[in-house]
Design a protein around this ligand. Structure first.
Ligand code: PMP
Length: 394
């Protein structure tokens, strides 16, 4: 039979990370590849209590269909947290609960992108976003990341030249680089985006995971209404619950709701009720502190091990939060070649290529520190250093 797939599938790629995760499932491998939160971030007992309570009290309703927008008390909770933590006003009726923030990316793509439309991405950028937006066949243009955000000159130039519909950014502890946009960088970006028709998508799954330095305000603070915020419970409660949200103004929200109805009617209502009950009955700040205390230790261990073992010509970022470190090799070397050397030594990471929209043999790669013990981190970095030395001597 002749399978007549849609054109959009012609160039669609499987997620490289999902493929790598299959290989590194082997317990002998020290994996810095995944982006998995540490299971310490799962409040298992409390989730069990919340589940028992609501099933007993309101089982008939929580197992029923619900509204597309999502459970109102949960949206009110998110709205209050925005005000408290970021000082931005996000009314509950401008919040849509999604099936993880990943679904937010898909819905935004559906609502805004025609084939060939221009959109801007960070370079390197979150590969899950590249994958989600690729389904709508846009023309990607990229803006390089630098130590304190994105290259604002290039961004300004690209906005003026291409009038892109969207600019997708992860300003806090970016995936994959771990870089956070400085306040100055944010202000500059907002300054020239304000007068444009380009919509900023501010994706912030890691903002709560700050373990040093001080919080930088959301870009929404400096923008008009051409901003969409994405948030997630994945890194502070549970990724398996698949709960995230989109904040957008009314006009955009109406379209997103239509797209969401077509996709899945509404997000898992049971998860929404369980997570809300958990949040209502517990102090999430205490829980987040437990997570960030652990991540800081793991991050320090990785940064210190890198300083101890990596050759000096290798550069790395030193994140103040989040889950990733970005390593840059001298220019002519490919991180894919390093991956092939390292995997034989039973250490894994994600090579840089999938974080780029059109580049191969990238000389940089991503390390995750949140899912390994300090012993394994030091051991793995030491082995990786040997791999790097082998590569550099080739
Ligand atoms: N955005 C970024 C930048 C991410 O790193 C991730 C998860 N790795 C997501 C969105 C998706 O998160 P979720 O769907 O679990 O909320």
């Amino acid at each position: 039979m002749n399978l007549r797939f849609a054109d959009r599938m012609n160039n669609a790629q499987k997620s490289f990370i999902r493929e790598i995760l299959k290989v590194v499932g082997n317990p002998e491998i020290i994996s810095f590849a995944g982006g998995l939160p540490n299971p310490i971030s799962f409040p298992i007992k409390k989730i069990q209590e919340a589940t028992d309570k609501i099933l007993e009290e309101d089982g008939e309703n929580i197992l029923q269909y619900s509204t597309t927008e999502g459970y109102l008390p949960l949206r009110e909770y998110i709205s209050e947290r925005y005000l408290k933590n970021s000082g931005v006003v996000v009314p509950p009726d401008e919040i849509l609960i999604t099936n993880g923030s990943q679904q937010g990316l898909d819905l935004i793509g559906k609502v805004f992108l025609n084939k060939g439309d221009c959109m801007l991405m960070e370079e390197p950028g979150y590969l899950g976003a590249i994958q989600a937006f690729s389904m709508f066949e846009p023309e990607f243009k990229t803006v390089l990341m630098n130590h304190d955000g994105v290259d604002t000159e290039k961004l300004k130039e690209s906005i003026e030249k291409y009038n892109p519909k969207l600019f997708y950014a992860v300003p806090n502890f970016q995936n994959p680089s771990g870089i956070t946009y400085s306040e100055e960088n944010r202000k500059q970006i907002a300054g020239f985006m304000k007068g444009s028709d380009t919509i900023l998508i501010e994706d912030d799954p890691y903002g709560e995971l700050r373990f040093m330095g001080s919080r930088v305000p959301s870009m929404k603070k400096y923008m008009n209404d051409n901003v969409i915020l994405l948030g997630s419970f994945s890194k502070i409660v549970s990724p398996g619950m698949r709960l995230g949200w989109i904040h957008a103004g009314h006009e955009i929200m109406e379209k997103l709701i239509i797209a969401k109805q077509g996709a899945d009617l509404h997000s898992n209502y049971f998860s929404q009720r369980v997570v809300y009950e958990y949040l209502k009955e517990n102090n999430i700040e205490v829980h987040i502190e437990k997570i960030t205390d652990l991540y800081k230790k793991q991050r320090d261990c990785m940064v210190n091990s890198i300083e101890k073992y990596f050759p000096k010509e290798v550069q790395t970022t030193k994140p103040e939060g989040g889950m990733f470190i970005w390593v840059t090799l001298p220019e002519k070397y490919s991180s894919m070649d390093l991956f092939n050397i390292a995997i034989k030594k039973k250490v894994a990471f994600v090579p840089g290529d999938p974080f780029y929209t059109g580049k191969e043999g990238v000389n940089a790669f991503r390390l995750n520190y949140t899912n390994s013990t300090e012993d394994k981190i030091e051991e793995g970095i030491k082995i990786l250093a040997e791999g790097i030395k082998e590569l550099l001597s080739e």
